[in-house]
Write a protein that binds this ligand. Structure first.
Ligand SMILES: Nc1ncnc2c1ncn2[C@@H]1O[C@H](COP(=O)(O)OP(=O)(O)OP(=O)(O)O)[C@@H](O)[C@H]1O
Ligand SMILES: [Mg+2]
Length: 413
């Protein structure tokens, strides 16, 4: 049997050679890391919904930060990536992060650390955040203790790795912490990270950068307890990809396995993904799987769309939308939100429905979590990008054949 190579996988993080787009965000981080290299600390929060590409972006940045590439800022950092487990405390996550860094340190640096850090660094391993269980410590004391330990470790780390002999020396430290929502003591994280970075800065040891990754709600909660932390973090919003970037994801995969593709079909069909990376990977996987003649054309798109639609519509969203029966006003409202490139006000939706009374439908849709409201702008949007794709796939034929919802697509954004 001939087993086909499939470069797409919605359930794994894309490898660096297949990573596409995100140039603006990457450059923003690289520019700042060039400053960190000169002792001006900078840290980042990557924020965005599930499956939007936060982890993939962080992984790419990590690669660049350690690559020492002339074209990409000549960054020669030691780097770590750690994904927090459900209920884990931040001290433990930081300890894992520090220990991941040791593999990248020159031997001579390890010796210096052993002789200077005492019980914080023993037998080649960092040990921080372990507080006595018997003595009840107040949380504020715990933050201070943890901060002091991190500062002590990072100060020594930075000093040694910058001063070892030429060729072995490093620019700084990049610590990436993913899945921030899992942290058990999120309420003191902002204060902790602010404490660490400002203290290092004052001591002229600001060669350290943190990247924290979370959903928007998590980051709101993160800052809630320490508003001053806002100044210290660059928030980078990861959002859906513009059309050209979304196409690039597929093109890179096709090139990798040396299949050709029909440009017009790609251009016409890419919209079904809504620019959502998880959806692009799903469609990509099914396109390659459907292909027999080493050219991704109309037929492949048709079967990939059918299959992806079936996967989504029969499982996840069967209760939220009637994919089989007639389109009622409820479905029309959801169709409009699927096609729109931005959240809409209720009045706008009503206008697109020729002024029909849509208001009675809104409350149940909210209640079933099909849509969600942004209270700041009082606008509505679909609850998830995959739901959006399930609907787009369903109405796609009508969009093309009947010009369905043309008025929504042509409306000014
Ligand atoms: N720039 C990109 N180029 C190619 N594929 C990408 C890109 N960004 C994300 N992907 C792919 O999209 C899928 C979702 O991305 P990723 O896991 O990074 O999202 P996430 O925001 O971290 O999601 P979660 O919130 O679930 O952790 C993965 O299969 C990933 O490989
Ligand atoms: Mg992730």
């Amino acid at each position: 049997m001939n087993i086909k190579m499939n470069p797409f996988n919605p359930n794994a993080t894309v490898s660096t050679n297949l990573f596409a787009g995100r140039t603006g965000q990457i450059l923003r981080v690289i520019t700042k890391l060039e400053q960190v290299k000169n002792g001006m600390p900078a840290s980042f929060l990557l924020s965005g919904v599930r499956g939007i590409g936060k982890t993939a972006l962080a992984k790419l940045i990590r690669n660049v930060a350690g690559a020492n590439d002339d074209k990409l800022g000549r960054l020669n950092f030691v780097t770590s990536y750690y994904s927090v487990e459900n209920g884990q405390d931040i001290g433990s996550a930081l300890q894992f992060s520090l220990n991941e860094l040791t593999d990248q340190l020159p031997k001579s640096a390890m010796e210096v650390l052993s002789s200077s850090l005492g019980k914080l660094f023993k037998n080649g391993k960092f040990s921080i955040g372990v507080f006595s269980a018997e003595v009840e410590t107040r949380q504020s004391e715990e933050v201070i203790a943890l901060k002091d330990q991190m500062v002590a470790v990072l100060t020594k780390l930075v000093e040694t790795m910058r001063s070892v002999q030429q060729g072995e020396n490093k620019d700084g430290v990049l610590i990436i912490i993913d899945e921030l929502h899992n942290v058990s003591n999120l309420n003191f994280c902002a204060q902790l990270f602010r404490g660490i970075t400002t203290t290092l800065d004052v001591k002229n040891k600001g060669f350290v950068s943190f990247i924290l990754i979370g959903y928007e709600e998590t980051l709101d909660e993160f800052f809630e307890h320490d508003v001053s932390a806002r100044r210290l973090f660059d928030v980078i919003n990861v959002d859906v990809m513009p059309k050209e970037e979304a196409k690039e994801v597929l093109v890179k995969g096709f090139q990798q396995i040396a299949v050709t593709w029909d440009k017009a079909d790609l251009d016409e069909n890419i919209m079904v993904t809504g620019g959502y990376p998880h959806a692009i990977q799903m469609i990509g996987y099914n396109l390659v799987d459907a292909d027999f003649d080493k050219n991704i054309g109309k037929d492949d798109w048709k079967s990939a769309i059918d299959r992806t639609a079936r996967e989504l519509q029969t499982k996840e969203f069967a209760d939220m939308y009637n994919f089989k029966g007639k389109n009622t006003l409820r479905e029309k409202i959801l169709d409009i939100l699927a096609v729109s490139t931005r959240p809409l006000k209720q009045k706008e939706i009503a206008d697109f429905c020729d002024g029909k009374n849509i208001y009675q439908y809104i409350a149940p849709l909210k209640k079933s979590h099909s849509i969600r409201v942004d209270p700041k702008t009082d606008t509505l949007e679909l609850h998830s990008h995959l739901f959006k794709m399930a609907i787009l796939l369903h109405i796609f034929p009508r969009i093309h054949e009947e010009g369905y919802l043309k008025n929504v697509m042509e409306a000014k954004s």
